[in-house]
Design a protein around this ligand. Structure first.
Ligand SMILES: NC(=O)c1ccc[n+]([C@@H]2O[C@H](COP(=O)([O-])OP(=O)(O)OC[C@H]3O[C@@H](n4cnc5c(N)ncnc54)[C@H](OP(=O)(O)O)[C@@H]3O)[C@@H](O)[C@H]2O)c1
Length: 248
């Protein structure tokens, strides 16, 4: 199985809640994006199958020579993803906001996988300055980007604002990742075939539309609604990316 086909199948190990994939693509294969409803079904299905024990992806694909950026991967789904991809030999850039936690997680991954090519870089998605600094450093020092996984997320937090004055959940989950993706796009295109994976959630179905007249939930704040809106924004972002990047 080739690298592109492997990336399509990455769905299985990482999908416990929902994910979306956009390709900057290549090799005559169609750009992949999964319809939100299907994603939710797959997510639920994977979880059930995982529970009864036969959902594990056992593909042996390797990632030697490939560079992967994963946001918020010192714990949770991101950590497991980083570990799996490190095991496959990729150069893993762990983009996390807390360097102490990141270093501890990176050490564990290196110890378990034997892959020493696992790096920690500071990225706070609730700060556009931090996103810009991360990308500036990445674009200057890294030669390629094969896989960007927008995983980090804040879930149902109390009402807070990002450094730039945005409601925290949409600011971090969507706008931070939106800026990150745009600033890394040239590198992704130059490394084609490459992929962008965006972690959404079944919770996005609870939001029927983006509140453009109150995107920061200033009129009224409901932590679940704000989370759902941020996850709908993730879905819309990746679907639009898939459309715009088709054939590139
Ligand atoms: N778990 C589920 O059942 C589920 C279901 C559906 C969708 N998802 C989605 O899957 C993704 C991962 O979920 P998870 O359950 O693995 O979450 P998690 O265990 O809570 O981990 C979230 C990660 O995001 C990081 N993060 C939070 N704010 C950040 C910021 N401003 N800048 C950089 N990193 C930040 C956290 O860093 P710290 O450790 O420093 O806080 C942590 O590493 C999320 O996008 C979530 O919406 C999860």
């Amino acid at each position: 199985m080739g690298f592109t086909a492997f990336l399509k199948r990455l769905a299985v190990p990482v999908c416990t809640g929902g994910f979306m994939v956009a390709g900057t693509t290549v090799l005559g294969l169609c750009t992949v994006y999964t319809d939100a409803a299907i994603v939710a079904l797959i997510g639920g299905g994977c979880l059930v199958r995982e529970l009864i024990g036969f959902a594990k992806y056992n593909g042996k694909e390797k990632l030697h020579g490939k560079t992967v950026v994963i946001t918020g991967c010192n714990t949770g789904i991101g950590f497991e993803t980083a570990k799996d991809l490190a095991l496959r030999g990729g150069r893993i850039i762990m983009a996390c906001r807390d360097m102490e936690k990141c270093e501890a997680a990176a050490k564990e991954i290196k110890d378990v996988t034997g892959n020493s090519n696992v790096l920690c870089k500071r990225l706070d998605l609730s700060s556009f300055d931090s996103v810009r600094t991360f990308c500036e450093d990445f674009n200057k020092n890294e030669t390629r980007l094969d896989l960007l996984i927008n995983n980090a997320g804040v879930m149902m937090c109390p009402k807070l604002l990002t450094q730039d004055g945005l409601e925290m959940q949409i600011g971090t989950n969507h706008f931070g990742h939106f800026l990150l993706t745009n600033l890394l796009l040239d590198k992704l295109k130059a490394s084609s075939p490459s992929r962008i994976v965006v972690l959404s959630s079944r919770a996005h179905t609870r939001c029927k539309q983006i509140s453009f007249d109150d995107i920061n939930s200033e009129k009224s704040y409901d932590r679940m609604k704000a989370y759902a809106q941020s996850k709908l924004a993730n879905v819309l972002h990746v679907k639009e990316l898939a459309k715009r990047l088709e054939g590139q």
